[in-house]
Design a protein around this ligand. Structure first.
Ligand SMILES: [Cu+2]
Length: 397
């Protein structure tokens, strides 16, 4: 009903506008210039507007750089990050220089050579030399940028297995992340979403011995200066694992395993103490303090003060609570990392606990459901299908 009323109001407004324009038309003085051809006055106005437009664009660009420059990410916290940032900087710098020159000239000439009664346009058919110059320069520049980009890309994407990276699975589902460490053997156990049951949230295959020492956690810890190979898996829809501080992002696709490798170089603590982060945290907390005063006045609970932590975000709009899909990342020294990992329970022990609990309830009179057994057999087929898909993906890499 509201929509219908809005449509009627808009239609009536349009009719009113049309009627008013007719009134203006009729109320014009009979000697007014009604010609559709632009005169000197029109051309001058258009020339000035063209010039004003380009000045406006430049002023607003400078203002944005100055005002919003503080929202740039800090120095990259991964080994490949500086390569990525340099590529980005070179591309943007080139684009900016070329755009300032070409757009400046375009708008200035529109003003300078505006139409005038006394001026006559020069007839100029073509000039091979000029055309050659403005074709060959962009070709060389663009080819250079593309080749530079390709080299950087292959540098970043090719996993160096000689460095023996630590294998970690990053698992996405609506709407959270889990990480699975490969354990002592540095090999992840096979997994399939069809094995998901009870505490086995990630669907790790219980029959695969590689999975027994895997550790599933809700917080991603990484040892500093050690290469990590991430294997991404999704339970439901397409997600995207975005590590802004490490300049890394990878699609997380249901039914296949994607991968990305990087080496963190700055610990969480070092990043917290950097000048950039100290300023940032201070300004966030100033905003929070202001808000807290309002909240306290209304008698509502106040916000905690902010402390920086690295995080992993989802960068694909994957559903209603997509915005909430993040996981804390802690980069720390190898000793701290090992101590933390030591405390985490293995998948084998978690499953043993669950089976023990289940055994106790079954003793009290539980019986096996034949339907669930059938489903179990079915899932083995699916599992082998997924394994094949995974093998294909790995071969391609
Ligand atoms: Cu998501």
């Amino acid at each position: 009903m509201t929509v219908f009323l809005v449509i009627i109001v808009l239609a009536l407004l349009a009719v009113t506008g049309w009627q008013i324009s007719k009134i203006f038309e009729l109320s014009k003085r009979p000697d007014a210039d009604t010609s559709q051809v632009a005169n000197d006055k029109d051309n001058k106005l258009n020339g000035i507007l063209m010039l004003a437009f380009v000045i406006f664009i430049y002023v607003i660009s400078i203002f944005c750089f100055w005002e919003y420059g503080r929202f740039y990410l800090p120095e990259a916290a991964s080994e490949h990050g500086s390569e990525y940032d340099t590529l980005m900087f070179v591309s943007i710098a080139l684009i900016m220089v070329v755009q300032v020159i070409t757009q400046g000239l375009l708008h200035f000439f529109a003003y300078k050579y505006k139409g005038e009664k006394t001026k006559k346009a020069l007839f100029y058919a073509d000039n091979d030399k000029l055309e050659f110059i403005w074709t060959i320069i962009p070709v060389i520049v663009l080819a250079g940028l593309i080749i530079y980009g390709l080299f950087t890309w292959s540098d970043i994407m090719n996993v160096n297995t000689e460095e023996d990276p630590m294998v970690v699975e990053v698992y996405a589902y609506q709407f959270a992340w889990r990480a699975r460490y490969a354990g002592e053997d540095n090999t992840l156990g096979k997994a399939n979403v069809r094995f998901i049951e009870g505490v086995n949230q990630l669907g790790v295959d219980e029959s695969d011995s590689y999975g027994k020492d895997d550790k599933i956690v809700t917080e991603l810890h990484l040892p500093v200066n050690k290469p990590v190979l991430f294997k991404f898996r999704s339970q439901d829809v397409l997600h995207s694992a975005y590590f802004p501080f490490f300049r890394a992002q990878m699609n997380v696709v249901p039914g296949m395993i994607t991968q990305f490798s990087f080496t963190p170089t700055i610990t969480s603590e070092e990043m917290r103490q950097s000048e950039y982060m100290v300023d940032k945290v201070k300004s966030v907390n100033e905003v929070r303090n202001e808000r807290n005063q309002e909240l306290a006045a209304q008698g509502e609970p106040t916000l905690d003060s902010y402390e920086f932590d690295y995080f992993l975000l989802c960068n694909k709009i994957c559903g209603q609570a997509h915005y909430n899909m993040q996981m804390k990342i802690v980069v720390e020294s190898e000793e701290d990392f090992n101590a933390w990992l030591e405390e985490q329970p293995t998948f084998g022990s978690v499953m043993a606990d669950q089976n023990k609990d289940a055994g106790q309830t079954e003793d009290k009179g539980g019986s096996e459901d034949p339907a669930s057994k059938e489903e179990g057999e079915d899932s083995t087929n699916e599992q082998s299908q997924e394994s094949e898909a995974v093998a294909v993906v790995e071969n391609n890499n």
